[in-house]
Design a protein around this ligand. Sequence first.
Ligand code: 5GP
Ligand code: MN
Length: 349
Amino acid sequence: MNDISGHTIQTMMSMIENARHISIVTHMKPDGDAMGSSLGLYRFLLRNVKARIKIVLPSECPRNLAFMVQEGENSDILVHSSNDDPAFVALMESDLIFCLDFNSFHRTEGLQQALQESQAAKILIDHHLNPDRSMFDLVFSETEISSTSELLYYILVRTPYIDGEASRLGLACASAIYTGMTTDTNNFNNSTYPSTLAMASELIACGVDRDVIIEKVMHSYRENRMRLLGTLLKDNMVVIPEGGACIVLDKKTIQEYDIVEGDTEGFVNIPLDIANVRMSIFVKEEDGKARVSIRSKKGTSANRCATTYFHGGGHENASGGKIIFPDDITDISMAKDYILGIMESFLNE
Ligand code: 5GP
Ligand code: MN
């Protein structure tokens, strides 16, 4: 973890101690790691410093992750909707902004302008490839790590407040960090390093209730998610001999099954259970575009596929992007052929 040193921790500490208004920002459509790292840092700061602390979200926390937010915290979580709303204003008034779990301002969509215009000092804590280092005053970037939550853990334990004693994080902070790691690794299925297991061990020793977290993250969906999954695997998934699999979820089906944000979490991973499938693409229709999730096995680059074909990026084996209507294709009915064409040529390279 090259960016974590006595010097960078000290620099961060003096930035924190000199700030009166601190904002924590994460990416659009926050996932478990985005929420976990944001809440973990929020709880750490609230416990240790006097500044006003706000979490600023470019879009709402999905329903399946609402359990992560504790009573009383909602008033400090601001969701952006327009350029004069409290979320935008909080960013503009901040003297320090932590940017968590994204590598470039554009991942915050509507908050990009506020981040560009704000005079605040900015600290990046992130685990994606190719961070936009020039936009930040201090960067903690590490790609060989499970999650932003894990990276945050190793930063926080180096601060004088914690000084290597993880129990000083407090249970609420520790649980948020553990949850973020759990979702980004799909419960230790991927991106799991020795440091990940060491952190997990320390946090469980501090009292983090792993069973409760697993229950809430993995076993608390509504029945409709399972019914939709059955239909998609049976009638929709296409597998090609080159080693690709593709599922396209259109708006009509989303409505039919009453699917909300978070309900399709993890669907993209499932086709990788097939022996010769090296890359899986899951597409979900939205207004004017479709969101693309890509997962790959070692040796096949989801990231290169996302950047080359889908205006996106992410990690080597877990990336995302979009298909824009009508620039890329006219509408969702053409998505499957479009993706199969891309996968064929990509996997034949
Ligand atoms: P997911 O498939 O879970 O939405 O995203 C997988 C990974 O790709 C995440 O780390 C996410 O940050 C990244 N990602 C998703 N969508 C985009 C995108 O539109 N642009 C970029 N650069 N990264 C994305
Ligand atoms: Mn992440």
